[in-house]
Design a protein around this ligand. Structure first.
Ligand code: NAD
Ligand code: IPM
Ligand code: MN
Length: 353
């Protein structure tokens, strides 16, 4: 098959991990007879520096017409002034919203050989295999008003946490559909004891659950969920939650798998295309040193093959190669090893079979 893939390397370690994943995709193309056409565009801080806009029109247009988009990371200290009028992160948020990718899938599978890389007790990590379904285009990130105002001699800042029934229903329904192919359990995470938006979330979730009598549904308050995620992570199968809760819980989940560098994600709109990115950021503390862990981005590329191109066998080939490399002791620094980004990528490519 032929596919057009837009690359958005972005800032910090973004370009390092994206070029690693591209090498893996090229190797897959050769082995399985596919032609992937890659086109690179600007997003984030580097886009601000070159165009003044964190999401140039040409970038959004290219992403809209591509078969899929692979993104590294955006942001960094250079653009972090709280008073700055434009921020790299606005580019990423605009892209997610512009593509309508409301469903962010963040699978978290503990590799047995990496149990020792986590600070948690080994018995807690045995058999952990969960997926967080994060709502990505609503909630606090996008609710209006969002502003800063000068009132009575001081600033007031407002963010709005807002959800419609339609927004809740489509993400929760997707979580239930995923659960049908897994261990048949959905944990809906909210803060319904305090937030009106969470009470609506709960009501809609109960309604959706009636369509899935075989799936066990539990409602978990987000504070308890944060605790359970590290004390009893195996008790989760599919976790569905609003935008910011999902953001925070998945960084916490990275502790289960041994490193921020390990976790991939897929952002889908239920139609065409898809945005794929590791869950980590631009890691300014290690950028430019060639030591970033490329696995989160490589596994994101596997998700791209699966969800946007329908190439299940090829996706599995990547996932198996990553598993084997880890089993055989290949490790970047974040996992206690000494392999560079390039050497780790080589190790995966050698094991593609
Ligand atoms: P971060 O995820 O960039 O880094 C957190 C820690 O994890 C750092 O110690 C970093 O070195 C480590 N780490 C992250 N990815 C790694 C990898 N692949 N290999 C090895 N170690 C890795 O989070 P932060 O430092 O809070 O944020 C830095 C910048 O990234 C901020 O500007 C933030 O807005 C941005 N950010 C962007 C995205 C994105 O583009 N999707 C996601 C999160 C944060
Ligand atoms: C992520 C990041 C982003 C988010 C930031 C950079 C806007 O933390 O992808 O997890 O909060 O969604
Ligand atoms: Mn995050």
């Amino acid at each position: 098959m032929k596919a057009n893939i837009v690359l958005l390397p972005g800032d910090g370690i973004g370009p390092e991990v994206v070029s690693a994943a591209v090498r893996v995709l090229e190797a897959i193309g050769q082995r399985f007879g596919h032609t992937f056409k890659f086109t690179e565009h600007l997003i984030g801080g580097c886009a601000i520096d070159q165009t003044g806009n964190p999401l140039p029109e040409a970038t959004l247009e290219a992403c809209r017409t591509a078969d899929a988009v692979l993104l590294g990371a955006v942001g960094g200290p250079k653009w972090d002034d709280p008073r700055a009028s434009v921020r790299p992160e606005q580019g990423l948020l605009g892209l997610r919203r512009g593509l309508g990718v409301f469903a962010n899938l963040r699978p978290v599978r503990v590799h047995p050989a990496l149990i020792e890389a986590s600070p948690l007790k080994p018995d807690r990590l045995q058999g952990v295999d969960l997926i967080v379904v994060r709502e990505l285009t609503g909630g606090l990130y996008f609710g209006q008003p969002k502003k800063r105002e000068w009132v009575n001699g001081q600033y007031h800042a407002v963010d709005t946490l807002e959800y419609s029934e339609t927004e809740i229903e489509r993400i929760v329904d997707l979580a239930f559909r995923l659960a049908c192919q897994r261990r048949k359990k959905v944990s809906s995470v909210d803060k319904a004891n305090v937030l009106e938006s969470s009470r609506l979330w709960r009501e809609v979730t109960n309604r959706v659950a009636q369509r899935y009598p075989d799936i066990l549904l539990e409602h978990v308050l987000v504070d308890t969920a944060a605790m359970r995620l590290i004390s009893a992570p195996h008790s989760f199968d599919v976790v569905v939650t609003e935008n910011m809760f999902g953001d925070i819980l998945t960084d916490e989940a990275a502790v289960l798998v041994g490193s921020m560098g390990m976790l991939p994600s897929a952002s889908l709109n239920g139609k065409h295309g898809g945005l794929y990115e590791p869950i980590h950021g631009s890691a300014p503390d290690i950028a430019g040193q060639g030591i970033a862990n490329p696995i989160g981005t490589i596994l994101s590329a596997a998700m791209l093959l699966r969800y946007s191109l329908g190439l299940e066998q090829e996706a599995r080939a990547i996932e198996r190669a990553v598993d084997r490399a880890i089993e055989e002791g290949c490790r970047t620094r974040d996992l206690g090893g000494s392999l560079s980004t390039t050497a780790m990528t080589d190790a995966v490519i050698e094991r593609l079979g």
